[in-house]
Design a protein around this ligand. Structure first.
Ligand SMILES: [Zn+2]
Length: 369
């Protein structure tokens, strides 16, 4: 599963259609999704066998036999996601359409020891209990990690944020009585944002948190690069010999556009910083404008290379949306070819995206069985 692939299979399309249309007939589905009735019948047969759809009465007809209505048993199966960051844990439970049913974020600083790993598993169980989740309905637990993940060998190869190298994921997953899968947080966030869009072939996902990263989706597949490091946009140089970055080099995009640039040293988090902006704090407003200038330089570079939509995610996403006019002006100025900036999209899941993406790993494989 190194290649995260966004598959728009007919099964997934039918499940999503039934989510949006609480009662539908076989004919409605075939007509709306442009599928043949035998194809729809075959897929529905599988979905009935899996307990994912049910008959729900008959619908009115203008004559002849009344058609049977079909509904989704949308919570027949659920999936859980966990995101591990330096100081927090995020938990999410989603249904088969990728809808978030429950979400929770707790403060729990990372420690590379059994006490911490056990606590992650206990917190997940508590999260299930609090929401009356039947563990038997859980397809699996996806895990989002801030670093380079060797998916095949179950290894967190390198994470400067957590300060670990070559950490076998078994130290954590052995505490879970569920199937598990793990991947890099930015990849998973990109996966989540693309998964819910019915047709998208190519897109760039730019994730802006304390770290700046991203994901490249080409032909609905995640492009990993030769060493699994494609889309590490945070470490492209935007100012020669500029500020020192967390990677040790100078002038990286991340050194200018990490959210730390805004919050340090005066604010606890990004919400505090924007709280100050909303009170008209001149120093913060200037800082934000300078920040958006560098951000648009980076975004313009990425767009110049890929010529595709760019989805902005991470904790910065909602705040950029509020300042999009200023960003657009900068982007329009930076663009060599035209004055266009309509390639910018904003994340649907915001700071939950990585956690949702982790949970989607199991939904996706289930719907593609
Ligand atoms: Zn760097």
């Amino acid at each position: 599963m190194n290649n995260l692939e966004v598959r728009n299979t007919n099964k997934k399309r039918i499940v999503n259609f039934l989510y949006a249309n609480t009662k539908a007939t076989k004919q409605d589905i075939a007509k709306s999704l442009n599928l043949s009735t035998p194809t729809v019948s075959l897929i529905l047969k599988k979905l009935f066998a899996q307990g994912l759809v049910k008959k729900s009465g008959v619908l009115q007809s203008s004559g002849g036999r009344k058609p049977t209505a079909i509904s989704l048993v949308y919570n027949a199966k659920l999936s859980a996601g966990i995101e591990i960051t330096q100081n927090h844990l995020r938990f999410v439970i989603i249904d088969l359409s990728g809808h978030v049913l429950h979400y929770k974020k707790i403060r729990e600083p990372f420690q590379n020891d059994n006490k911490y790993f056990g606590k992650v598993a206990d917190s997940l169980e508590l999260f299930f209990e609090e929401n009356s989740i039947d563990p038997a309905s859980i397809l699996g637990v996806g895990i989002a990690l801030p670093g380079v993940v060797d998916v095949k060998n179950g290894m967190l190869e390198y994470s400067p944020t957590l300060g670990v190298k070559n950490l076998p994921l078994e130290v954590l997953t052995s505490y879970f009585p569920y199937a598990t899968m793990a991947n890099n947080e930015a990849n998973l966030a990109g996966f989540a944002e693309i998964w819910t869009i019915d047709s998208i072939d190519n897109a760039i996902f730019l994730s802006v948190n304390k770290g700046v990263g991203g994901a490249i989706i080409i032909g609905n597949k995640l492009y990993n690069g030769c060493n699994g490091r494609a889309g590490e946009f945070g470490h492209m140089t935007i100012v020669k010999d500029g500020l020192t970055c967390s990677c040790g080099k100078k002038g990286c995009f991340e050194a200018y556009c990490s959210t730390k640039v805004l919050t340090e040293p005066n604010f606890n988090d990004i919400d505090d910083f924007f709280g100050a902006i909303s009170t008209g704090d001149k120093y913060c407003i200037e800082k934000w404008k300078t920040y958006l200038g560098y951000l648009s330089t980076g975004i313009n570079n990425i767009h110049t290379i890929f010529d595709s939509d760019i989805i902005i995610g991470g904790e910065i996403s909602q705040y950029i949306q509020q300042s999009s006019e200023f960003l657009n002006r900068n982007l329009s100025y930076a663009n060599s070819f035209d004055r266009q900036y309509d390639y910018i999209r904003f994340s649907k899941y915001g700071d939950k995206a990585s956690t949702v993406g982790a949970a989607l790993l199991f939904v996706d494989s289930f719907l593609n069985e």
